[in-house]
Design a protein around this ligand. Structure first.
Ligand code: ZN
Length: 154
């Protein structure tokens, strides 16, 4: 499994490991609070290095899956990046905003000039990316002050 993919399907092998852990840790007291679909999937994700991102109350965060429209696409974090993973169709996708940021970084690293917002620049700094920030007028939106072009150091 490629750890840097922006989207992938959780493998049969990974899901099988989740099911094995689910069976191995089953007790009479936890049987009732477990779900035979959600719990093995959550265990498989954890074994793959994904930590569930929880609400301060401890609840997991869900959304509708954009692929299959089921409701339990779950928020995870791995290596500081946010992902959504669906136990129904097993689609694991980098958060849309993260995917856009990643695509922009790849374009900059490929030598393209890319317009970034101040918020995006902060994200670059946090990620430890080499920066050479130059303020230039945006050719698409002349006159705006809040647009920047970012280059790598070299
Ligand atoms: Zn789905």
């Amino acid at each position: 499994m490629c750890n840097t993919a922006t989207r992938f399907t959780l493998s049969d092998q990974a899901l099988e490991r989740g099911h094995q852990q689910y069976q191995a840790t089953m007790t009479e007291s936890n049987r009732v609070i477990r779900d035979s679909l959600l719990t093995p999937f959550a265990m498989a994700m954890k074994l793959e290095g994904f930590e569930a991102v929880t609400h301060p109350s401890g609840c997991m965060l869900f959304r509708e899956c954009p692929e299959c429209r089921e409701t339990y696409s779950t928020k995870y974090r791995k290596a500081g990046v946010i992902y959504w993973a669906c136990p129904h169709c097993r689609d694991v996708a980098m958060d849309d905003r993260e995917a856009i940021q990643r695509e922009k970084r790849e374009r900059v690293l490929a030598g393209e000039k890319v317009v970034m917002s101040n918020q995006e620049l902060d994200g670059w700094s946090d990620a430890g990316m080499p920066l050479n920030v130059v303020s230039l007028p945006n050719p698409d939106r002349a006159g705006l002050k809040d647009v920047w072009v970012v280059y790598t150091k070299d």
